[in-house]
Design a protein around this ligand. Structure first.
Ligand code: ADP
Length: 536
């Protein structure tokens, strides 16, 4: 066979060529602006020419500081295809982390949305390696001045660049893009995706066991393009020739529902917190979300109540599991053929079966590989062509084990391959030597009709070393008590697992990518900032 490289350039050429008429629409708040894949392909060529003019002639890092929109897709295609490396900056990070990441990656250029200038400007002078800032769209650029960087307007650069670019031949193993983990412990770590890993991950996304993306779909990536490549949806959509709908900065339930009703996407990916807001809004307003044939959801455990709530309005949520280090999608929870009712639900509430091409195992104390019997609990390890083998300029040998990535997630594997996560290693609650799954308790609590959100963390206990503390957000107007919630849990988990410490809060603190920030809850508890009720 021919030794033909698997590159993002080939994805771009194919999508912009064969599916040149497919559209990319970006929501403006009250409508959409549209371009075709053909136009996006030409604009990617212009962008590559413009970046070359700014001195990007090798594997320099070109950062993006952008929402999900058409121009971000243009950068996704142009930067890797010209041989440079796309570095997506998470615009929700604390300023110091942003500075750390941009300096660690040695970003040369930053492409920013005009609407994000107020976030970029305060840190710009500290981005040591950045020479150029390219501004997309409207925005007052005055705050960017005085930081010692050259400023450019995106459209002016594109207009001045040639409509064609001589895309170089690229080794499929070379770096295409990078993304830093959210750094919930210590400094963020850089994960570098290769052309080959992005290509294979995109193909995998198009398989039926994943999302089965095709040219008949319309794809809405709500999950940010600055976080794990929006789960790979943009590249997979271009590969499949599926039109894309981009939400830009309109990520609240109301505009998202309007966007879905207007553009009728068939696939839309987002984390559970977004979907629970959307569900509440859709139920209140009788919205029609039935264009969606599949809603991939993950990033944290997907509560069964959320899936059932969507089922009630005719929409199927499919749980997926992965991490920045796994490109990110590694397993997807489709039920097996013929499974009905509770059997199907058992599969759907799991983290799913690993995708073809990857291998997964559960490892216990002393690095012993445990049986896939659905009972032995250990750390999940994974390997395969879109799993990272190292971090950028950071050895961290503790994260790797004989060529496998240690995921930091803890759970079981069933004989038929379903992964069930019980916790992240750092969130595991060990009570009197027995493990309590915070994820399981949270899922049950969130199934209570009065509970909007619930997060469970382990806190020190004199007798049992550690016990669960439940932090609960009640629906407005609800007056459910800790005793009632204990009663509710008692019918669902072993009695000794039911928390006796309860706190009612207005919102669970979230990380920059919308996950429950348990570190903050533990700290608030330690500092005595939570009003805790004891109920035995
Ligand atoms: P960070 O590790 O910085 O939070 P990632 O987005 O890479 O950023 O997070 C990956 C982690 O998210 C996984 O290791 C896992 O703990 C969690 N996660 C992802 N999907 C799921 C899921 N479906 N169920 C439970 N946890 C999930």
């Amino acid at each position: 066979m021919q030794d033909f490289p698997l590159t993002i350039t080939t994805i771009m050429r194919y999508g912009a060529g064969v599916f040149g008429d497919a559209s990319v629409s970006t929501w403006t708040g009250d409508g959409t602006r549209r371009r075709t894949y053909g136009e996006v392909g030409e604009r990617a060529a212009r962008l590559a020419g413009a970046l070359r003019g700014l001195g990007v002639d090798g594997d320099q890092r070109v950062a993006t500081f952008m929402w999900n929109n058409t121009e971000h897709l243009e950068a996704y295609l142009a930067v890797p295809s010209m041989g440079a490396v796309l570095h997506t900056l998470n615009l929700r990070l604390f300023p110091d982390q942003l500075v750390y990441i941009a300096n660690h990656a040695e970003d040369r250029v930053v492409i920013t949305d005009g609407s994000l200038i107020p976030l970029l400007a305060p840190v710009l002078a500290r981005l040591e390696t950045v020479r150029h800032v390219v501004v997309v769209g409207e925005g007052d650029t005055a705050p960017l001045e005085g930081a010692g960087k050259e400023l450019h307007d995106y459209e002016e650069l594109l207009a001045a660049a040639p409509a064609a670019f001589e895309w170089p031949e690229i080794d499929e193993r070379s770096a295409a893009a990078m993304c830093y983990t959210s750094g919930t412990t210590g400094n963020p770590k850089g994960v570098v995706y290769s052309h080959r890993s992005a290509y294979l991950h995109s193909m995998s996304t198009c398989t039926g066991n994943a999302m089965g993306l095709s040219a008949s779909d319309v794809v809405l990536p709500v999950v940010p393009m600055f976080h794990a490549n929006a789960w790979g949806l943009p590249y997979a959509a271009v590969m499949a020739g599926a039109p894309l709908v981009m939400p830009d900065r309109f990520l609240q339930a109301e505009p998202l529902v309007r966007l879905i009703e207007a553009e009728r996407p068939t696939i839309a990916g987002a984390v559970p917190t977004i979907w629970s807001d959307v569900l509440r809004h859709a139920k209140e307003h009788g919205s029609d979300l039935t264009s969606l044939r599949l809603v991939p959801c993950g990033g944290s455990a997907v509560p069964e109540s959320l899936m059932r709530g969507f089922e009630d309005i005719g929409v199927r949520i499919v749980q997926a599991w992965g991490m920045t280090e796994t490109s990110p999608v590694a397993s997807v929870a489709h039920p097996p053929a013929g499974a009905a009712d509770e059997d199907a639900w058992r599969a759907r509430v799991s983290q799913g079966r690993v995708l073809a091409g990857l291998e997964m195992r559960i490892v216990g104390d002393g690095d012993v590989v445990l049986p896939n019997d659905g009972e032995a609990v250990g750390e999940v390890e994974i390997r395969g062509p879109w799993i990272t083998g190292a971090y950028h300029l950071d050895e961290d040998p503790a994260k790797f084990h004989d060529g496998w990535l240690r995921t930091g997630d803890v759970g079981t594997l069933s004989p038929d391959g379903y992964l069930v996560l019980t916790d992240r290693a750092k969130d595991v609650i060990k009570s009197g030597g027995e493990w309590i799954s915070s994820v399981e308790l949270e899922n049950h609590l969130m199934a209570h009709p009065d509970v909007v959100e619930a997060a469970v963390v382990g806190v020190p206990d004199d007798r049992w070393q550690e016990r669960p503390l439940a932090s609960v957000v009640l629906r407005e107007g609800a007056e459910t008590t800790a005793a009632e919630l204990r009663e509710f849990l008692a019918g669902r988990v072993a009695k000794w697992q039911v928390p006796e410490r309860w706190t009612f809060i207005t919102e669970v603190p979230k990380t920059s990518v919308g996950k429950f920030d348990k570190k903050v809850l533990r700290r608030r508890y330690a500092d005595g900032d939570l009003e805790v009720r004891h109920a035995d």
